[in-house]
Design a binder for this molecule. Structure first.
Ligand code: DGL
Length: 271
């Protein structure tokens, strides 16, 4: 048993979809969340900058006595997981590996789509793992840079003409390819599951990267006997690098529950 918290970070708010999955599957775990809201987005930045930011994000989280860190960001997981893992002495989980493996396993026609930020697509990290796990896989990757700002502006619901138009524009080539599995390779995208699902149709399986990493974290903590005491109720602590104003409202959207805990602003450049 290990009641130390799990650290979770993202470039901003998208990682809260992973926290939502974590809290659902492992309700006894304490979570310390850092959202780099002052420097979001990461998805349009260089590898070098993403690695530098990720090191600072982890350095801040490690000021807490953590048992593991979850990189709840497709971009950081793609660009910096190897570097960060090599530098840290606790388990570091990224969203790419478990999601890519599952996509490679569940596809029936070997036609897989990936939607993510430009940085994630550029690294080829998802494709490498999927190809290795399933050499027959035919993978089509697409950067969808407009999804993140639309999600952050609450344009996520079916019937919203703006998001429906953008989804149709981006995803038509994937639909024409006849994919049967679509990886939502960015932690903002689970909020678009309904709109994307309606457009792609019920025969296309959508894989949410947050949910997949949570499955892996649960398995690992259970195997090492490091789960929190099941009798306790997990607590969340929230930290951001920009003003805390509006955090609670937007965070509620991502978490699917009201956020009542306090949120604190920190100076990430100090780490
Ligand atoms: N959280 C990022 C991801 O999952 C999306 C937002 C950004 O570009 O920073 O890739």
């Amino acid at each position: 048993m290990d009641n130390r918290p799990i650290g979770v970070f993202d470039s901003g708010m998208g990682g809260l979809t992973t926290v939502r999955a974590l809290a659902k599957q492992m309700p006894a775990e304490d979570i310390v969340y850092f959202g780099d809201t002052g420097r979001v987005p990461y998805g349009s930045r260089s590898q070098e900058t993403i690695v530098r930011y990720a090191r600072q994000d982890v350095a801040f989280l490690r000021t807490f006595d953590l048992k593991a860190v979850v990189i709840a960001c497709g971009t950081v997981s793609s660009a910096a997981l190897g570097v960060i893992s090599a530098e840290q002495d606790i388990p570091i989980f990224g969203v790419v590996g478990p999601t890519a493996l599952r996509a490679a396993q569940v596809t029936r026609n070997n036609k897989i789509g990936l939607v993510a930020t430009a940085a994630t697509v550029r690294t080829g990290a998802y494709e490498r793992i999927m190809r290795h796990a399933n050499p027959m896989a035919e993978i089509t990757s697409l950067a969808c840079p407009l999804f993140v700002p639309l999600v952050e502006n609450g344009r996520t619901q079916p019937g919203d003409i703006l998001i429906e138009t953008v989804v149709r524009e981006y995803l038509t080539p994937l639909k024409e390819k006849g994919i049967d599995t679509l990886v939502l390779g960015c932690t903002h995208y689970p909020l678009l599951k309904d709109v994307i699902g309606n457009f792609m149709g019920p025969e296309v399986m959508l894989l949410d990267s947050g949910a997949e990493v949570v499955r892996q974290v649960a398995e690992r903590l259970s195997a090492s006997g490091q789960e929190a005491d099941p009798e306790r109720e997990g607590r969340c602590r929230w930290y951001v690098s920009d003003s805390t104003e509006g955090f609670q409202n937007l965070a509620s959207l991502f978490l699917g529950r009201p956020v009542t805990e306090p949120v604190e602003q920190i100076s990430i450049e100090d780490y």
